[in-house]
Design a binder for this molecule. Structure first.
Ligand SMILES: NC(=O)c1ccc[n+]([C@@H]2O[C@H](COP(=O)([O-])OP(=O)(O)OC[C@H]3O[C@@H](n4cnc5c(N)ncnc54)[C@H](OP(=O)(O)O)[C@@H]3O)[C@@H](O)[C@H]2O)c1
Length: 240
């Protein structure tokens, strides 16, 4: 079995289901110890059990990443229990779609808090450890919505575009410290995020979360002198 991440520690938000879960199990399969964060204790326990059943190391830390103090505690617990922190993946995110004209500002707050502010807070929280060890990889999850305008997704798209800009600047701030920052830009992925959304593209044509995980493994396992800063992964079956 290859173990490209042996000895590494990865912290994944949104690790209870969907893309985050697939990335967590893929990183564990590559030998990383994984710290799993999301709100649902039961889902985290399931993912941790799956990792341990394959002789991996997992730490489940129920966390609401919109709470700054909880994010600080998450990073502290990861460092205390797993000893270091090499990779952060911010996959906790949410989507609510509808025309701007039909929306109220209060409808936007959840997406702004989780997709934007919490991602920035998570990135900031891991920096002291990564800068200290002069290495690290941060992967933020954007969306194809930033490249192809999708009516009804204005606020969601704004949060993702902001994270792309944030990541580009952060990458420059950290380059000299040996810490790399990349953005994963997937098209539609068949995950539970679509369950609550009205009309969806055909789910059997979407990417699988495991496809995105393979891209994340590539970004995280490149040698330290190479940084893949943006990776767009689209379904090939006629939808975005
Ligand atoms: N699926 C797609 O088609 C697609 C395409 C492009 C980009 N993306 C992006 O990919 C990311 C992951 O999406 P997904 O499809 O995997 O979504 P998902 O299946 O709905 O999973 C979202 C994860 O985030 C966690 N989460 C939600 N609110 C949280 C909070 N306040 N604190 C901590 N964790 C929280 C959820 O767990 P709890 O609810 O238990 O906290 C869950 O584990 C999102 O940023 C999404 O925008 C998705």
């Amino acid at each position: 079995m290859s173990a490209a991440l042996a000895g590494k520690v990865a912290l994944i938000t949104g690790a209870g289901r969907g893309i985050g879960r697939a990335i967590a199990t893929a990183f564990a399969a590559e030998g990383a110890a994984v710290a799993l964060a999301a709100r649902s204790r039961a889902e985290l326990a399931e993912v941790a059990a799956e990792v341990r059943a394959r002789d991996g190391r997992a730490l489940a830390v129920p966390t609401d990443v919109t709470q700054d103090g909880a994010v600080e505690a998450l990073v502290e617990q990861t460092l205390a229990d797993l000893g270091r922190l090499d990779i952060l993946v911010t996959s906790a995110g949410t989507a609510a779609f509808g025309p701007v004209a039909d929306s109220k500002p209060a409808d936007w707050d959840g997406m702004l808090m989780l997709n934007l502010r919490a991602v920035m807070v998570c990135c900031r929280a891991v920096l002291p450890a990564m800068i200290r060890q002069r290495s690290g990889t941060i992967l933020n999850v954007s969306s194809i919505a930033t490249k192809r305008a999708l009516p009804g997704s204005a606020v969601y798209t704004a949060t993702k575009a902001a994270i792309e800009s944030f990541s580009r600047v952060l990458a420059e701030e950290l380059r000299a410290h040996g810490v790399r920052v990349g953005v994963l830009v997937p098209g539609a992925v068949d995950t539970p995020i679509w369950d609550a959304l009205g009309s969806t593209p055909p789910r059997d044509k979407m990417l699988k979360a495991e496809d995105v995980a393979r891209a994340a493994v590539l970004m995280a396992t490149l040698p330290p002198h190479a940084s893949l800063e943006e990776l767009t992964l689209l379904p090939a079956g006629g939808i975005l």
